[in-house]
Design a protein around this ligand. Structure first.
Ligand code: NAP
Ligand code: G4F
Length: 341
């Protein structure tokens, strides 16, 4: 019995390297892996002001390694130092809007950065299992609904194009070099840790600002766009499950339900008890994209079948979680008062 437990513990005491650990998903994933007994290393890039807020609850329990997806030697050194069993590549220039303004940088980080991670793993930890944060933005201009693992890609932004490059680089390293590499094709997932520029957080924070009397309106773009929005902590569990399989594969992660930006806004104002929400929303041309992705809805059947993964949080609960967290954070002074346009 004691021997069996020791063997079990030896088996679960794995180490993981997470790129993008300071972001929404990276911080939730680090918490999940720590709860499973992993030794967690996180890659962080140099910023003029450190950006470790999401890691506050676990700051003492993760080892941070300096490195940047733009810089091959730092990735080689990070992989050597962490000697990981699992590598989660979550780092990216992840905002679609910015990718139209900084397309080359986005290609470098979000596209070529994947190749640099794969090269570092191939050279220094070829037995490590790799998770790649692929995206439903790869589907882009869709010709069928819902989208699944067989749906063709038609990306509509430099971000989407870069993600397609990363996706195929992973499959190529699987086929050419025998690496264990898995693509999670995840649809939008949100939380109280979401960046302020993404539409859900822009709305939840904007509504909270109006609720506490610090703003009167929110400036938005295309209210008709539809997304399949889930809750981020549940999606990092899917990432982990993908790396526990015997054979690497690619999986869609989604709720199977789509809602419009307008529905999200209406629900958010309702949570805050603000009536006549249209009075508080200004539609501004500057928030529209040169090429829009109008409608995304995923089919997570493969993930359910093979991984036993299923999202639980429903759309209205997600909206409530985000709006209540922003109202509480503004009232407590733990969330910044910032412009909402
Ligand atoms: P996020 O909050 O924007 O986090 C991105 C992370 O990447 C941050 O930790 C950021 O570090 C890091 N990063 C950016 N450029 C880097 C560089 N050059 N070198 C090293 N690190 C760099 O994104 P997220 O929402 O957690 O998403 C995680 C991943 O999943 C991303 O790849 C995203 O494209 C993909 N994805 C997200 C969703 C979604 O709905 N959230 C859906 C599908 C796919 P700093 O803190 O220093 O900026
Ligand atoms: O919240 P968004 O900026 O997210 P988007 O473009 O769907 O990308 C997110 O999800 C992807 C997965 O599909 C990830 F790969 C990616 O990293 C990121 O996490 O915009 C959602 C929709 C768009 O159609 C946009 O045009 O909302 C529309 N929208 C309308 N008004 C707005 C606004 N988006 C933003 N950011 N700001 C607005 O004012």
């Amino acid at each position: 019995m004691v021997k069996a437990r020791a063997r079990f513990q030896a088996r679960v005491a794995k180490s993981a390297l997470i790129s993008g650990i300071t972001g929404q998903d990276g911080s939730y994933l680090a918490e999940l892996l720590l709860s499973k007994g992993y030794t967690v290393f996180g890659l962080v890039r140099r910023l003029s002001v450190p950006n470790l807020g999401n890691l506050r609850p676990i700051a003492e329990r993760v080892t941070l390694i300096d490195g940047d997806l733009m810089d091959q030697s730092s990735l080689n050194a990070a992989v050597q130092k962490a000697a990981p069993d699992e590598v989660y590549n979550l780092a990216a220039q992840s905002f679609v809007g910015t990718s139209f303004v900084q397309p080359v940088l986005t290609g470098e980080i979000t596209g070529l950065g994947v190749l640099r991670i794969l090269e570092a793993v191939r050279a220094h930890a070829p037995h490590a299992r790799v998770y790649q944060a692929s995206s439903s933005e790869m589907f882009g201009h869709v010709d069928r609904e819902p989208q699944d693992e067989m749906t063709p890609f038609h990306p509509r932004s430099p971000y989407g194009v870069a993600k397609v490059y990363g996706y195929w680089a992973c499959i190529n390293y699987r086929e050419a070099h025998g690496l264990f590499v898995a693509n999670g094709i995840l649809f939008n997932h949100e939380s109280e840790r979401r960046g302020f520029e993404f539409v859900t957080r822009k709305i939840s924070h904007g509504v909270a600002m109006i609720h506490v009397g610090r703003a009167k309106t929110i400036s938005l773009g295309n209210l008709e766009a539809k997304r399949d929005w889930g809750y981020a902590p549940e999606y990092v569990d899917m990432m982990w499950r993908m790396l526990q399989q015997d054979i690497p594969g690619d999986f869609v992660g989604a709720t199977g339900e789509a809602h419009s930006v307008e529905e999200f806004a209406a629900a958010a104002f309702e949570v805050a008890g603000i009536e006549d929400w249209k009075k508080h929303v200004v539609v501004d041309e500057k928030n529209f994209r040169p090429a829009e992705v109008y409608n995304l809805r995923g089919n997570p059947a493969k993930a359910k079948r093979a991984l036993g993964w299923e999202p639980r949080t429903k759309f209205h609960d997600l909206v409530r979680i985000m709006v209540e967290a922003d109202i509480a954070g503004l009232q407590a002074g733990t969330i910044p008062v910032r412009p909402v346009s």
